[in-house]
Design a protein around this ligand. Structure first.
Ligand code: HEM
Length: 551
């Protein structure tokens, strides 16, 4: 959801989330400091006596690290004080905001945080604007955060959305829920998004792809270049999800589409992301109070997107009820939610509207990056084409069971998401204190897990800057993926991405069929970089040439 906004979003300027609750009674070294690996023993409750000093002492002269160990029985649930976590120097009110601005601002925040990790280590804290966050870039620390997320994990909701929901007095979908309310809804929705249900949608996903590929054949220019790939993929991802949910086509990938509302919806969702990203550098509450243009644009786009999504969902809900009354068959998971799960209509409308916001940009950008990687790595592209043609000869319908025999294609997608994680930071706010790398993290602190950094860390991935899908293949001698917590493009645990299977099947089908139909070439004259628009997007439009394959 844009939420995801990503969700995943990243609004450093939101107000303080929760006050630090901790009164540190014991300020003793944690047993983790006794181990060779600074992180491995963090998960243990061992009471072994401490033998070594702080693993960071060479780069962070922590007084506690060199203090004599206490005589009384240490409480190993505690570590060094939170304040001792390495941190860059900043100004009192705005922290290090100017440093971020000087480094390119919000669009380059992934590189800024990557440099901070290189300078300060795999854990640091930084105050940007009004919010302080603890950044971690270590697979064992990430694992530890997820192990402690509790029954109802809490993540960060982007500040512009918090304000929006407050001033409009509205409740929203899954991404915005917490506690038992979230737990109950997530349980019902998990049924809808389970593997079996999603797999049964392969046929409808294929119908959308057939239209899309036909459209691409006809809209290429004379150089065989496809215009506005981003918009094409947005339309595809919305049409696919819409067909799964409503049981009928939205029609937004057809070349003669007159579904203006859907196109407007797509446009508004893109706008929401652009404006939210702008507000990473202007405190959203200030933007709201001063009615700055960025806030006005955000609110206009959000109002319209939700209005369009709601009216479409409402129309479909009405139709489902009237068909159910007359005994006509109804397709799509919306009918299942209404008729079997008996969710209230008003709640379904907001849940589904937000699902569209969550799905559109994430799936389309993940697919866009993968197509780009295939274009830049022609040998990999040929291997995918050979693999696909071996499993599904050209002209035969690709079914969900075929996808199980396409390991190299799946490895290509994983490798792309390692280098270009759509959500570059995962967020959690824990409801209990924990110790990370020997430092106490009080409950309520915002923790950001830096996937961009872990995904490119040579500690986890050899030759990390290179696109090497083979590293993900299990049967390969040099299989070098040791710890998957370093690469979690869909998050982890009960609050991980609910749409993961939908996205994976949609992407696998589209990519397999695209590579089967076309030889893809990149037209960009330079290597496309990353610009953050709340999610990982290209810093210039990705331009592809699609040449027909002679099969
Ligand atoms: C390649 C495409 C996608 C990527 C990379 C992606 C990634 C993510 C990530 C990283 C999270 C946060 C997980 C965490 O905090 O542990 C998330 C949450 C979420 N995603 Fe996705 N997502 C994708 C597609 C989708 C689709 C297609 C849908 C809807 C059908 C969707 C719906 C959601 C929702 C509703 C949440 C919030 C879940 C909750 O709060 O319980 N996502 N996604």
């Amino acid at each position: 959801m844009a939420l995801k906004a990503s969700l995943r979003l990243f609004s450093f300027f939101s107000e303080e989330l929760r006050p630090a609750l901790n009164n540190f009674v014991f300020r003793l070294p944690h047993p983790s400091l006794t181990s060779k690996s600074p992180t491995s023993s963090l998960t243990s409750t061992s009471t072994q006596p401490a033998k070594t000093r702080c693993p960071f002492h060479h780069r962070h002269q922590n007084p506690a690290a060199v203090a004599p160990y206490p005589v009384e029985t240490p409480n190993y649930a505690t570590g060094f004080p939170y304040q001792d976590i390495p941190s860059p120097k900043g100004l009192p009110l705005i922290g290090t905001t100017f440093n971020l601005l000087a480094s390119g601002g919000a669009p380059k925040i992934h590189e800024y945080c990557d440099r901070r990790h290189k300078e300060l280590g795999n854990i640091y804290r930084e105050k940007l604007g009004a919010v302080e966050a603890v950044f971690i870039a270590d697979s064992e620390l990430i694992q530890r955060v997820y192990q402690n997320e509790g029954r109802y994990p809490l993540h960060m909701v982007p500040e512009p959305w918090i304000i929006y929901n407050e001033i409009k007095g509205i409740q929203r979908g899954l991404f915005f829920m917490d506690g038992p309310q979230w737990g109950n809804r997530r349980k019902s929705l998990n049924k809808v998004f389970r593997q079996q249900t999603v797999s049964s949608q392969a046929k409808v996903f294929n119908d959308v792809i057939s239209d899309l590929l036909n459209r691409w054949r006809s809209v290429r220019n004379k150089n065989m270049e496809l215009k506005d790939l981003e918009r094409e993929l947005y339309n595809w991802s919305i049409d696919s999800l819409g067909t799964m949910i409503f049981g009928r086509r939205l029609g937004c990938v057809m070349s003669d589409s007159r579904i203006d509302n859907v196109h407007e919806f797509v446009h508004c969702v893109q706008q929401i992301f652009i404006e939210s990203a702008q507000m990473t550098m202007v405190p959203p509450r200030v933007a709201y109070l001063l009615k700055l243009p960025v806030w006005q644009r955000f609110i206009r786009a959000a109002d319209r997107a939700l209005e369009l999504a709601r009216s479409y969902v409402e129309d479909n809900v009405k139709e489902i009820f009237s068909k159910a009354e007359t005994g006509e068959p109804v397709e799509g998971v919306l009918s299942q939610m209404l008729l079997q799960d008996k969710l209230r209509e008003e709640e379904i409308v907001r849940i589904i509207a937000d699902l569209f916001l969550a799905a559109a940009d994430t799936t389309s950008h993940a697919t866009q990056w993968t197509l780009y990687m295939l274009a830049r790595n022609p040998k990999c592209q040929e291997r995918v084409a050979e693999e696909v043609n071996r499993v599904v000869p050209f002209g035969e319908v690709m079914k969900e069971e075929h996808l199980q025999h396409l390991p190299f294609l799946k490895a290509v997608i994983k490798e792309t998401l390692r280098l270009y994680p759509v959500a570059p930071f995962l967020t959690r706010i824990l409801s209990k204190d924990i110790v990370l790398n020997g430092y106490e993290i009080p409950s309520g602190k915002l923790i950001l897990m830096s996937l961009y950094t872990t995904g490119r860390d040579p500690k986890y991935f050899s030759d990390p800057d290179h696109f090497i899908p083979d590293r993900w293949l299990r049967n390969r001698d040099t299989h070098d993926v040791i710890n998957t917590y370093a690469c979690l493009p869909f998050g982890y645990g009960p609050r991980s991405c609910i749409g993961r299977r939908v996205a994976e099947i949609q992407m696998q089908l589209l990519l397999a069929r695209t590579v089967q139909a076309f030889h893809i070439e990149s037209v960009n004259s330079r290597e496309v970089g990353i610009t953050m628009r709340m999610i990982t997007t290209p810093d210039e439009p990705i331009r592809l040439r699609l040449l027909n394959r002679n099969i």
